[in-house]
Design a protein around this ligand. Structure first.
Ligand code: ADP
Ligand code: MG
Length: 711
């Protein structure tokens, strides 16, 4: 769905839309490589291919002043001698190089013949490289050499851009520096008016931004480090600001134009439940979120809300009560969960809570038997069944609702956008959507990845929880760990053992799991101990049976894989043991840990690993030991892995910025968001004349993936 303008890319004809092969120095061969390797198709793409660093060639240093602490230096002088010395692997070309102040020894181990051919004894060169010292003598290995005579840039004092390239490009002679020659060429043919200003004057003045044209020029060829920083700041600001603007426009258009069913009242079921059957007092955060949902659904526009709350924060009851509001207004409601186990758990939970109200609940999963299925489908179609819980099975075409008013997705990060869209289509007027996720998304990401959704957060845990104690133990501490577990079981608690089975289909890992199961069994033999197990290769019935025995406390131990990662709620479980914990990602570890600490008992998470653990894994484990705060963990995860990898945001497509970095540039992002809101407050559709350049820019910008993402 696209609210503002059709998705035609502007036909603005500028030199920037020229195919890259039109650039001097780029023939068909190079053009091919640039397209394949760097997705550079046009002049504009090249303009947006930013250097990742600059070599400081702003000054020429007298050789006599080179010191060991220097990183890179540029000197200018004459080659006074050249000779090949050494044998075999020690064979090298050594040149003596001097200026008026001193002597520098240059050495090549590779490309000796070529260097010997191109360098002339007696010739004058500008030399750039990392200096070293040996026996008090200044040296340089594999320096860059440019002849003062034949290179027109030689002796020019500048910051030289180095571009990201691929190995393939390097092998074909298009290395990080060579690309700079192309950019240089680009700026020779590019006039200032080709890069017109797009930001409102007001912001430019207020933020002291350099003009757009200058920013592009200086990000490639800065006259100084300062001007480079200003250029980068401007481009980051522009990128984040326009992204926020686009999201803001989507959101406000949705608010203005979308039609939704109206939940005008809070009725009998909700009230009966709230006053008579609520098993606990709601937390302030839960109440607030319910209020937000209530307000949203009464407006006549479609609610599209993301509910975020750390593991164990109590999202389920909010979902249930929102469903009751739907039912009280004559609509049906459904909730979709990513696993059969979780769907079953919600079903059991909801059935128990709603039976005093005489409100039946249905469940539909891949393993629902044909007869049962038929009954459910007809109940849903004729409207007699009001509340349906299920897995992906819910979105199949055969599932036809009579009047679906609310669709909830639990653990939404496990689903794709397409699946969300299918739920929309289940009613002529799209149902209200509530997507819930326990994956805490850092604020910066949420602002960006889900900026088109309304956002609620449960930022408060139910009372009486004691924080989970997390420790990291090496494998050889196993006996002590097992003793501790036995003592916990003695106290009536239950235990999880999780093994890393990432791809359920991988045979090797399956065998590891079985081996793990046998090991656990050896420590905890029957009949004193009973063990459940769930993994992805089991049938739904087997999983269900094992889960049920654990829930009913017939077994004290659950051996499992990450199938139990999401949602599973067994408040009596107090210890989570994660085997080979170094193999899990941070947010996965946090999710797994969230399976314990759900009751009032003191809970523990024990991360087991061998003694050889990589640096990143060590970081992850120590973060886990240091904090229980899902948001802090998510921030750390973002830092360690980069935004593209943070769970639940992968398919968002909104996170690939050209120059901005969501972690490092958070403060710019926050500022950009404020400006975007300010501007849209004054001119929601950017119809003012002064905002025309900005509007045109937004229309024309490539990679406009944000259009239509919420459909
Ligand atoms: P999540 O947000 O991870 O889905 P759940 O909804 O499964 O969390 O809730 C975790 C546990 O906390 C459940 O056992 C639930 O019954 C309990 N719970 C939820 N809200 C409250 C509350 N306000 N007071 C006490 N316990 C609560
Ligand atoms: Mg949950």
């Amino acid at each position: 769905m696209n609210y503002f303008w059709s998705k035609t890319i502007s036909t603005r004809s500028t030199i920037l839309s020229n195919p890259i092969e039109y650039l001097k120095g780029v023939g068909p061969l190079r053009a091919d490589m640039l397209k394949k390797e760097l997705q550079i198709f046009t002049f504009e793409d090249l303009l947006h291919h930013f250097p990742y660093k600059h070599l400081d060639k702003t000054s020429v240093l007298p050789i006599g002043q080179i010191s060991p602490s220097m990183d890179h230096v540029q000197v200018r002088g004459f080659v006074v001698s050249m000779e090949i010395i050494g044998e075999r692997r020690a064979r090298r070309l050594v040149a003596q190089f001097r200026d008026r102040t001193g002597l520098l020894e240059l050495t090549w181990f590779q490309g000796i013949n070529w260097v010997q051919k191109t360098l002339a004894v007696g010739g004058e060169y500008v030399v750039f490289g990392k200096p070293g010292f040996f026996l008090g003598k200044a040296q340089m290995t594999h320096p860059e050499m440019e002849s003062v005579k034949d290179a027109n840039v030689s002796g020019k004092q500048h910051l030289e851009p180095i571009y990201p390239v691929t190995e393939k490009l390097k092998a074909r002679g298009l290395n990080g520096r060579a690309l700079g020659k192309l950019t240089e060429q680009l700026f020779l043919v590019l006039a200032e008016k080709e890069i017109p200003e797009v930001l409102p004057r007001f912001f430019i003045v207020k933020e002291q931004l350099v003009p757009r044209w200058m920013a592009f020029r200086h990000v490639h060829f800065p006259p100084s480090a300062d001007s480079y920083n200003q250029a980068v700041y401007r481009l980051k600001f522009e990128e984040l600001f326009t992204a926020q603007l686009r999201l803001g426009m989507l959101r406000s258009a949705r608010h203005r134009f979308s039609r939704g069913v109206v939940f005008s009242k809070v009725g009998e079921h909700f009230n009966a439940f709230f006053h008579g059957h609520l098993p606990f007092e709601l937390t302030g955060a839960q109440k607030r979120v319910l209020k937000e949902i209530r307000q949203d659904t009464a407006t006549g526009r479609q609610m599209n809300r993301l509910l975020q709350g750390d593991v164990g924060s109590g999202k389920t009851i909010v979902a249930l009560m929102a469903m009751l509001i739907a039912v009280d207004n004559g609509f049906q409601a459904c909730i979709m969960a990513p696993t059969e186990i979780l769907a079953r758990q919600h079903y059991d939970n909801f059935s128990a809570l709603l039976s005093p109200l005489g409100l039946p609940v249905g469940i539909l999963t891949g393993s629902t038997k044909a007869a049962e299925r038929k009954k459910i489908l007809s109940g849903i179609q004729d409207g007699s069944l009001k509340i349906l819980v299920g897995t992906h099975a819910l979105i199949e075409d055969v599932v036809k609702f009579n009047n679906l008013g609310l669709a909830i997705i639990d653990e939404q990060h496990k689903f794709g956008v397409a699946q969300r869209a299918k739920l929309w289509a289940k009613n002529t007027t799209p149902p209200h959507m509530l997507v819930m996720t326990a994956t805490p998304i850092p604020r910066t990401l949420a602002m960006t990845a889900y900026g088109d959704l309304d956002y609620s957060v449960i930022d408060e845990l139910p009372p009486g929880r004691t924080p989970i104690l997390t420790v990291h133990r090496l494998d050889d501490a196993r006996p002590q760990v097992m003793d501790f577990i036995k003592a916990e079981i003695q106290l009536g608690r239950q235990i999880y053992f999780i093994f890393p089975l990432i791809e359920e289909s991988e045979k090797l890992q399956y065998e590891d799991l079985m081996q793990g199961y046998e090991n656990v069994k050896a420590w905890f033999p029957e009949p004193q101990y009973w063990i459940s197990m769930v993994h992805g290769r089991m049938t739904a019935e087997q999983k269900e049976m094992n889960m049920r025995r654990f829930v009913n406390r017939e077994t004290q131990i659950m051996v499992g894989t990450t199938v139990i990662e999401v949602g599973v709620n067994v408040p009596n479980a107090s210890v989570m043991v994660i085997e080979s914990a170094e193999k899990f990602g941070l947010s996965q570890l946090h999710q797994l840990r969230g399976r314990v600490g759900r009751g009032s008992e003191k809970s523990y998470c024990i991360l087991l690993s061998g003694s050889k653990v990589g640096k990143d894994a060590k970081d992850r484990l120590s973060v886990m030991c240091a904090t229980n705060d899902g948001f802090k963990i998510a921030e750390k995860d973002l830092e360690l892995r980069g935004p593209g990898d943070v769970q639940g945001t992968r398919q968002s497509g909104a996170l690939s910025f050209r120059i901005a970095d969501l972690v490092a540039d958070r403060s710019i992002l926050e500022k950009a968001k404020v400006y975007a809101e300010q501007l849209l407050g004054l001119d929601p559709d950017l119809n003012l004349q002064e905002n025309a350049p900005l509007k045109n820019f937004l229309k024309a910008e490539k990679g406009g993936t944000l259009w239509g993402r919420i459909s």
